[in-house]
Design a protein. Structure first.
Length: 118
């Protein structure tokens, strides 16, 4: 009887470990997705500032080359970070897909009435 309980306990522990690992991975993808949305918002703000600088330069004949260069550099940094986050999300999703196809070794045994009386 103790052997059966031990085996069942081990199977439950294995299933729980897999569930915890998968939950952490899914949460990590969700956090990266939120980070990606934030970066895209930052990029839109940067583009808006760049457009405003271009408008000032053309409309008011002001020298805005330095400001424009700074905004372009900021946009490039954000785009680089967006690429990294997207790659990380894809890597995490691929890992999740790979793990979902791995079966959890649950197994079962037929317990005879005689085994329960011991």
């Amino acid at each position: 009887m103790a052997e059966i309980i031990s085996k069942v306990s081990e199977k439950i522990k294995t299933a729980a470990d897999v569930t915890v690992k998968t939950t952490k991975s899914v949460a990590s993808v969700a956090m990266s997705t939120v980070q990606l949305k934030s970066l895209k918002s930052d990029l839109n703000k940067c583009y808006k500032k760049l457009g405003m600088a271009l408008y000032e330069q053309i409309r008011n004949d002001r020298d805005m080359d330095e400001v424009i260069a700074i905004r372009i550099s900021e946009a490039d940094e954000i785009l680089n970070e967006i690429s990294k986050v997207k790659a990380e999300i894809e890597r995490k999703k691929a890992e999740l897909s790979k793990n979902k196809d791995e079966p959890i070794e649950a197994g079962y045994e037929v317990i005879e009435d005689d085994d329960l009386s011991n």
